[in-house]
Design a protein. Sequence first.
Length: 397
Amino acid sequence: MIFRNKKIVLGLTGGIAIYKSASLLRRLVNDEGADVTVVMTKSAQKFMSPLIFETFSGKPVLTDMFEGIRISTRHVDLATSADAILVAPATANIVAKAAYGIADDFLSTLILTGGNKTIFALAMNDKMYANPITQANIQKLRELGYGLIEPETGDLACRTTGKGRLADESVILDYLDRRLNGSGFLVEKRVIVTAGATREFVDPVRFISNKSTGKMGFALAREAARQGADVLLISGATTAPIPADIKSIRVESAKQMEKALVENAGLADFLFMAAAVEDFCPAEISEVKIKKNEAPDHISLSISPDLIVSFRSVNEKACVVGFSVETVDGKARSTEKMKRKKMDFVIWNDPSKSGVGFESDTNEVTMLGPNGKEWFFPKTTKREIAAQIIQTVVENC
């Protein structure tokens, strides 16, 4: 439960996306352990009943400055005691009020009191979002340190398609996690993470690949972002969804990943090479699908490029963390690989163990470092493994 003992105010405004906020509230309270107080504007109550949110939060929903059991200065007390004020959905109207310090109802007064502990998950018509006035208001709040979760592009309530949909629930939770739980030890650091499997094509429809899902790399990218890093995720083929709020480049082959990596290597402070780069690639690629009755007796293979070596040719100063999948003599082979490729650390895991490595939500790894240093991280979620890896790397690199 990532928000246990965290006090969150969930502000609801008058947008059609408010129906998604009920699920978000339930997730915050039931799954993540947050203490949530809901505040609704009059417009929000036109879309959904406060009773729904009282049921999920287990608390009265606050709707008015001057009604209720406790009057006093509850707008000040609530804002002061809250760890975060999350406005989801955040309409153009509430953004404008916040930007100009207007406090004419409970929520806007709360935001003015709470200041930049407020996070706006934007949701509105695409033309309202693109309006220069709205964009100026968003930029003003961003410069003042308020949190802004950008809307997604998709189908809108007005039966058009554009940028204005409320961000996915997972994106909102990840952003909130970074604001509340991240210690910021990677602030102003540039981090590149590679993830997933490469595909080495024989012809337009057939390829050589492996079982990597991308989950470990994605966990590392999320954790680096959580700690304040400027993250670039270079992803091959995956079965897990790519984190929507992290800048990413999609590739397929090892050569494509090498190109993206080298082009962005220069300013990187850290590289986490979690991608499962296929070691072999066809020496020749057919431009058309090879017919079964015309298939050759054998396929000649070449060795794929060594991406860490390519990265080091551009950037010798970055801290490089590689991954090693070994089932026999794993420690010795991983150590040799670390020295040969000039890595600072190598993460060794043994996929022959149950619940470890490919296609699993959990992992168990041994991290090897300079001067014979060694760290063992027992089996747990890949998210927790990622947090342990990044903290240990930062402390020892």
